[in-house]
Design a protein around this ligand. Structure first.
Ligand SMILES: NC(=O)c1ccc[n+]([C@@H]2O[C@H](COP(=O)([O-])OP(=O)(O)OC[C@H]3O[C@@H](n4cnc5c(N)ncnc54)[C@H](OP(=O)(O)O)[C@@H]3O)[C@@H](O)[C@H]2O)c1
Length: 305
């Protein structure tokens, strides 16, 4: 297996390249603006807005599998510059998928829970049936571009293409990646009793190690379809912060809760985008950690951050 991973300079991609290399695969980790190097994997620059560059690199690496984790991920930036978000998240996915098709590479798109509007009572969105009540209706530009990217991949699958979409929830884990995950920011805020976390925004956070394991299984099996990939629990950001405080031995009183309505945001946030992962767990024998356990693992590497 020769894997090409985009977003290798980002939080998930950086962990994923290292995990895949540790599994014994040959891996090319691609960065766009911030160069990264890996001890056991190759790395190269790739801007997915450049269709020719996508084709050339996929051919040159003789990629048998592509995992597309690179994206414009900051929701507020996407809101302020929707054309840029379209160019990276939508056109970029199309370019890389076309390169995958020509090279007969399996393609996995990493998507997001933020394709949903968060209005499903009690959340826990199942993988939607077409035309059903749980169809994605993004409320922000980031979610709209990621959904448009999903549709490109789903059209390809409908034509018999070897591809999958893995919708991730909020990702947490240990530090070390070139871009920090929100857990580092959260713990700093709790230590200093500043910042605030929403009491009325629900997600089902996933431990990065579990997500890497799933992505490896999806790729190695050349699986197709749409899969939800979150942790097993629905938690508000505030509840997650309390667990993080417990795991870090910090007083719970330092966690400040706020309601979304009390904070000015550029991009609107859906209230509850927790995911139902039962189909993914059954298909891939996948058992992601509850947050209490995932946080313990993450924090064992976070001491001093
Ligand atoms: N983090 C989460 O909680 C979360 C939740 C759900 C879904 N996801 C999805 O998971 C994936 C990874 O997210 P992340 O948070 O790990 O990302 P991240 O840390 O924000 O990093 C973004 C990555 O995308 C790359 N990128 C940006 N523009 C690019 C371009 N034009 N061409 C190629 N690569 C480009 C960046 O490269 P440079 O830095 O080198 O420019 C960087 O490696 C994304 O697809 C995201 O939508 C993330």
């Amino acid at each position: 297996m020769r894997l090409l991973v985009t977003g290798a300079s980002g939080y998930l991609g950086w962990h994923l390249v290292r995990y895949l290399a540790a599994c014994g695969h040959q891996v090319l980790g691609c960065w766009a603006s911030r160069e990264v190097r890996f001890p056991d994997a190759e790395s190269a620059r790739l801007d997915v807005r450049d269709a020719d560059a996508c084709r050339a690199l996929v051919n040159q690496w003789r990629a048998t599998h592509i995992i597309h984790a690179g994206a414009m991920t900051k929701t507020d930036e996407c809101e302020r510059d929707p054309n840029a978000a379209q160019a990276v998240n939508v056109d970029g996915t199309r370019h890389l998928l076309e390169a995958a098709e020509r090279a007969d590479s399996h393609f996995t798109l990493v998507s997001t829970d933020l394709v949903f509007d968060g209005r499903r009572p009690g959340g826990m969105y199942p993988v939607e049936e077409q035309g059903g009540p749980d169809e994605p209706r993004p409320v922000m530009e980031y979610g709209r571009t990621k959904l448009a990217a999903e549709r490109i991949v789903r059209d390809y699958m409908a034509r018999g293409g070897a591809a999958a979409v893995v919708r991730s929830a909020l990702i947490y884990g240990p530090p070390g990646a070139p871009r920090p995950c929100f857990l580092e920011w959260l713990l700093r805020n709790i230590r200093e009793a500043r910042g605030a976390v929403f009491t009325d925004e629900y997600r089902s956070p996933v431990f990065v190690g579990d997500l890497c394991r799933l992505l490896e299984r999806v790729a190695t099996r050349r699986a197709t379809g749409l899969w939800h990939a979150s942790g097993p629990e629905r938690l508000s950001r505030y509840e997650f912060a309390l667990l993080a405080a417990d795991a870090a031995g910090l007083p719970r009183e330092r966690v400040i809760g706020r309601r979304q309505a009390d904070v000015a945001l550029d991009a609107p946030r859906p209230a509850d985008v927790s995911l139902d992962i039962s189909a993914t767990c059954a298909a891939f024998d996948w058992h992601p950690l509850p947050c209490r356990d995932g946080l313990r693992v993450a924090l064992s590497e976070l001491s001093g951050a």
